[in-house]
Design a protein around this ligand. Structure first.
Ligand code: MN
Length: 214
């Protein structure tokens, strides 16, 4: 008889953002995010109090990494700003870039910042009970624009993988999300961002691989 994976029910704790029955978890501390923010002086000044603080954490349920299966979990981000720039996650594109993802807002107020390999930008607001669809091939990063913790559920194909370097290699994402001075947010251009060359764009779409194997 085929041995099937056992069904699971995971409870999300809105206070901590943690998910029960998770198979794994990871945390990012403030110090891990050096180089992400425009205002390096503000980042350095904040290290005194914030250095070891867990600024976001992920609990995940990862049955395996086989094609056709799913990985899901919760992410919890602290509210805050470095200078006038709202706290962000590191961000990534899926290593198999044609794999999509769903985020579901549970608590707080956030944005999904998306960027295509060519540098098109999209911003999707995620509040509690918002489902956000991240289509294939978009670089994505979460931003907490609220005054409380941002808790979201996520789900993506188990064989997606993550490529974090694509952002650093371009000098960051094309836009930053900053305080507009009126309690809201606005996008500003990231002056360090560099347009990707054609070969890099093709690689992010996975076209090189397909041409080689064709
Ligand atoms: Mn993802």
């Amino acid at each position: 008889m085929t041995k099937l994976f056992e069904p699971a029910a995971c409870q999300v704790d809105l206070r901590t953002g943690a998910m029960s029955a998770a198979t794994g978890a990871y945390q990012k501390r403030f110090r891990d995010l050096a180089g992400l923010y425009a205002d390096e002086a503000a980042f350095s000044a904040m290290r005194e109090n914030w250095n070891d603080t867990v600024v976001y954490e992920v609990s995940e349920f990862r049955p395996n990494e086989r094609s056709g299966d799913l990985i899901f979990g919760t992410t919890r981000m602290l509210p805050g700003k470095v200078g006038d720039e709202y706290f962000v996650t590191r961000g990534h594109i899926h290593r198999q870039s044609d794999r999509p993802e769903i985020y579901y807002g549970q608590k707080g107020s956030g944005l999904m910042l998306l960027e295509s390999p060519e540098g098109e930008v999209r911003i999707v607001a995620i509040d509690a009970r918002t489902v956000c669809y991240v289509p294939p091939c978009w670089i994505h990063r979460s931003v907490n624009i609220g005054g409380e913790e941002l808790v979201m559920l996520f789900c993506y194909p188990a064989d997606s993988g993550q490529d974090y370097d694509c952002i650093a290699k371009a000098g960051g994402m094309r836009v930053r999300i900053v305080d507009d001075g009126e309690g809201g947010w606005k996008q500003v251009d990231n002056s360090s961002w560099r347009k990707r060359d054609a070969a890099t764009i093709a690689a992010l779409y996975g076209l090189e691989k397909k041409e080689k194997s064709a």
